[in-house]
Write a protein that binds this ligand. Structure first.
Ligand code: MN
Length: 538
């Protein structure tokens, strides 16, 4: 196959893919594996040979397990330039979808012969039995591509097989569990201008990739076997108790890590985090022993304060990712879940001390004095504390009263600016659209759909119905999930919330009741109000 077929399938005015060009081979032969999220997700396995890239589409992706014989469909030759290609192939074009470089490197034939390297490879290719050694970042060691001898018309079916060597593994291997090199690179250069290439110009149309990438891959990696973390009940009141310990409630994503040979790192629902948090995955990979750790992925700002918003829009120049570990379930072959928590934490502390990794940190606790600790945490504007019975077992997936979260809710007054249509069985309205005054105009500050009893739903609805107006009280356009009925901004309510974003939007505010006799115009962002007062008193 020459590059004719490659060109025939593509219109280079509409796709950022490189045009067909043969090149003279360099001294080393290169390979690339591209993750191609097209109508069907597959991995394109390409070996440089004779000035082009010999190409196979591997639906399941390459594996390092010799038992996995991956079907590889030979496709048309691709130009040598294609090894650098990553980006979006626009809709309507051949192979429309996203291409990411998953692995790259050099390769050489396994058997040495009198022939020139490429002559040898082309000979093996023709015979349907290609053996080679890969030097990539993920794919290493000996591999074979073996053509299936089918009588049928399907002449292009091959198997990609890893040979047993020091790089092969015995566990299940899923390429999806490992981030593409594109993803790793993106997370390092977020915010910086990328190299100008035809591919990235097209890529710009897609939103910037942040470390929190829900839906980054059309297919989330759901693990089949995973540990469900133990959960906590909730209360508002801190307490003291000498047989309890108190930890900081980290504001991030709960995650379990299974370290060792077959690294797993995932959310409480078993969705792999290996792609989402490559910075942490890389550090976890360094742990050789097999541990099961329970903790929270947290973004710390420059002052070392956890900040959920920084995690959501993660930018390595502004924040550091840390995996705070507060429990250990397994060490080597030893199940630790039946040990009392205080013993598990001691083992964890020692284990992490020996690992000595600044990204994977021990989440310490204080004993007995929950009230003082809560006051301290609240003062620091942190989310709250977790109280844990020091003698308790670790019970997978259970919400027990041995773990209790005590949240530091902040109070805020807010003006009701509208209400949304109810969903499902809810009567009257879905949520309240809230605002606060800033410089004389009402500014959106979030919406709350919780905290109402049936009685308050009805009484609020009656009061709001009398205030309905066609005009939004906001200057800005507000996005809501459901249609909004605007009201005159007269009613003021109290809400509690866990955190306010830098834009002054409350996260998960809870309705606490109407605030009577309060002029709406006096409702401001409490935090900013305090700052203003301080400035005035100076
Ligand atoms: Mn493809």
């Amino acid at each position: 196959m020459a590059l004719k077929l490659y060109s025939e399938k593509r219109n280079f005015k509409n796709t950022p893919e490189p045009t067909a060009k043969k090149v003279k081979a360099g001294k080393t032969l290169e390979f690339v594996v591209q993750r191609h999220n097209a109508s069907h997700l597959h991995y394109d396995f390409r070996l440089e040979m004779g000035g082009v890239l010999k190409s196979w589409a591997v639906p399941k992706g390459p594996s390092l397990n010799p038992k996995h014989k991956r079907l590889a469909m030979m496709v048309e030759d691709h130009p040598y330039e294609y090894r650098k290609f990553e980006g979006e192939i626009p809709k309507g074009n051949y192979g429309a979808g996203t291409v990411e470089i998953w692995d790259k490197g050099t390769y050489s034939p396994l058997t040495s012969s009198q022939n020139k390297v490429e002559t040898q490879l082309l000979k093996e290719l023709k015979s349907g039995n290609l053996k080679f050694v890969m030097k990539g970042e993920k794919l290493k060691g000996e591999f074979a591509l073996v053509k299936l001898k089918t009588e049928s018309k399907r002449q292009n079916e091959w198997l990609l097989i890893k040979h047993r060597d020091q790089y092969s593994v015995d566990e299940e291997y899923s390429s999806e569990a490992y981030p593409s090199l594109t993803a790793q690179k993106d997370s390092k250069v977020t915010g910086k201008a990328k190299k100008e290439s035809k591919a990235t110009t097209v890529q710009k149309k897609t939103p910037a990739i942040t470390l929190n990438r829900p839906g980054r891959f059309s297919k989330k990696v759901h693990l089949e076997n995973y540990v469900k973390p133990m959960l906590a009940k909730e209360t508002d009141v801190p307490f003291d108790n000498p047989s309890w310990i108190f930890e900081i409630k980290w504001d991030g994503y709960r995650s379990i890590a299974e370290t060792g040979k077959d690294l797993k790192f995932y959310s409480r629902n078993g969705i792999s985090f290996l792609d989402q948090y490559p910075e942490i995955a890389v550090e976890l990979k360094k742990i050789k022993s097999s541990l099961i750790l329970d903790g929270e992925v947290t973004a710390l700002d420059k002052d070392g304060t956890p900040n959920f918003q920084l995690l959501q829009n993660f930018d390595p120049s502004r924040a550091a990712l840390v995996y705070y570990v507060f429990d250990i379930l397994k060490k080597d072959d030893r199940n630790l879940t039946m040990l009392p928590l205080e013993e598990r934490k001691e083992i964890l502390r020692e284990t992490l001390k020996s690992i000595n990794n600044n990204v994977i940190r021990y989440s310490d606790h204080i004993v007995g004095e929950g009230k003082k600790f809560f006051a301290l945490v609240s003062e620091k504007n942190m989310e709250g504390i977790i109280a844990k019975n020091a003698q308790s077992d670790y019970v997978e997936g259970a919400r027990t009263s041995n773990w209790i979260k005590i949240k530091n809710h902040k109070g805020q007054e807010a003006v009701i600016a509208g209400f949304t249509e109810p969903r499902k069985s809810r009567k009257y309205f879905g949520s309240l659209v809230l605002g606060v005054y800033e410089g004389g105009s009402l500014k959106y500050s979030g919406h709350t759909g919780t905290g109402f009893s049936d009685k308050t739903l009805k009484s609020l609805y009656d009061q709001l119905s009398a205030l309905v107006t066609e005009i939004s009280p906001f200057k800005e356009k507000i996005k809501t999930n459901m249609p909004v009925t605007w009201v005159k901004p007269k009613l003021v309510c109290n809400v509690k919330f866990a955190e306010m974003t830098n834009e002054g939007i409350m996260r998960h505010p809870v309705f606490m009741g109407l605030r009577e006799n309060k002029p709406a115009k006096e409702v401001m962002n409490e935090k900013k109000k305090k700052v203003n007062q301080l400035l005035q008193n100076k």
